[in-house]
Design a protein around this ligand. Sequence first.
Ligand SMILES: Nc1ncnc2c1ncn2[C@@H]1O[C@H](COP(=O)(O)OP(=O)(O)O)[C@@H](O)[C@H]1O
Ligand SMILES: O=C(OP(=O)(O)O)[C@H](O)COP(=O)(O)O
Length: 478
Amino acid sequence: MASTATSPAFCAVPKISATTRAATSATSIVLKTPLRGLGFAGAAFDPLLAHYVATKLRSFKSSSVKPVRGVASMTKKSVGDLTAAELKGKKVFVRADLNVPLDDNQNITDDTRIRAAVPTIKHLISNGAKVILSSHLGRPKGVTPKFSLAPLVPRLSELLSVSVVKADDCIGPEVEKLVASLHEGSVLLLENVRFYKEEEKNEPEFAKNLASLADLYVNDAFGTAHRAHASTEGVTKFLKPSVAGFLLQKELDYLVGAVSNPKRPFAAIVGGSKVSSKIGVIESLLEKCDILLLGGGMIFTFYKAQGLSVGSSLVEEDKLDLATLLLEKAKAKGVSLLLPSDVVVADKFAPDADSKIVPASGIPDGWMGLDIGPDSIKTFNDALETTKTVIWNGPMGVFEFDKFAVGTVSVAKKLAELSGKGVTTIIGGGDSVAAVEKVGVADVMSHISTGGGASLELLEGKELPGVLALDEAVPVAV
Ligand SMILES: Nc1ncnc2c1ncn2[C@@H]1O[C@H](COP(=O)(O)OP(=O)(O)O)[C@@H](O)[C@H]1O
Ligand SMILES: O=C(OP(=O)(O)O)[C@H](O)COP(=O)(O)O
């Protein structure tokens, strides 16, 4: 269904990268000109390159090498840079991404994101800080009980070995009272910030109210770092210092290193249901990847754009033109863009739905595609066999229902097998990670990222607003 030619050589890092990379891997370094052109305001800014350089230079802190002020200033200040005196007794607003999957009975089905938030919170607790923990869950429209953070309290308390107190709101007098009663080393979990529409609109007044609860800000929500929301971006304008948590730092360090100069062939697998926010990413992936595999709810917009019937499958009507454009672009660039040739369709969105396998061109009216089919799995496996680096975001189907989990499980198993052969495998996104955990192969992957959209945007070379807003690290004295 797609061209098999390989793409031109990948170059996420622009031309100066060769010199810069050589310099940053040397044991000593003399950069006479501060790389101001890489600054955040510069048109030529490449966050991948900037972070790559900054990370390398940070590692030189312990060596005899002295980084150039202009470059070092691009690193973000970390919670680890704060002294014990700066933390003891302080109210710390921690934005985490605790957007975990819950089943119909409100049980957590994958706690990866909670576990990933623990090191930063524990560090704050052990330094006598008062932790005000904030997150979103899902995409609620106003106050919606099923999106409350309440089900997270027992697991958080268990992992942190403290009794986490939960507020019924995230701002207001009741929350202020709870904050005032916090003692050193305690944790208050605020209610879902997205219960306020002002959160996603990044309204300054709301951000100010959040900020007024605390003395300093830590952003550890890598999975939400690509959103310029009040609790990820706006709040930093009212709360100083604003620093990066350990998870955010770790994610950036790994992902930037892996995708700035990937071993090739480099494949991306994109699926899931967030079609509108991820379809745009595909354009950039065409510039960076040799192979692009599409699955999940993503594919039906492409099918429809090609004139195929999609029944009642998930489709973004306003992205049809973009889908056509992307198919043309892939062809022109010689990127191997693979769409599934067959799908598993269902007569309703339910675990016990009637299902059948049909070719992509044969989706009957009233049926919806909920998984990729066996022929597609084989084609995907063959394509993946040739790769050296793979990044995967978005399940291949509705894996929460066993009947429609085959495509997702197959990809997970294939990546685990490849990982064992030395292929770099990066899995990103709440549901994708949950799927890999479900299959029991998370441990063998090269990197499990807590951010799907965030890792893809980073790979695109985009600036992540939640990272940009943080204070810059104090440059190492020259
Ligand atoms: N064909 C499909 N139709 C509808 N939903 C789908 C389909 N394929 C996958 N999904 C859903 O996509 C969701 C995950 O999407 P997304 O949030 O984009 O992934 P991630 O959390 O890994 O970034 C899962 O809940 C899954 O059921
Ligand atoms: O689950 C998330 O993103 P992901 O599905 O891209 O990994 C994050 O919590 C961000 O959620 P959002 O895409 O509703 O802003």
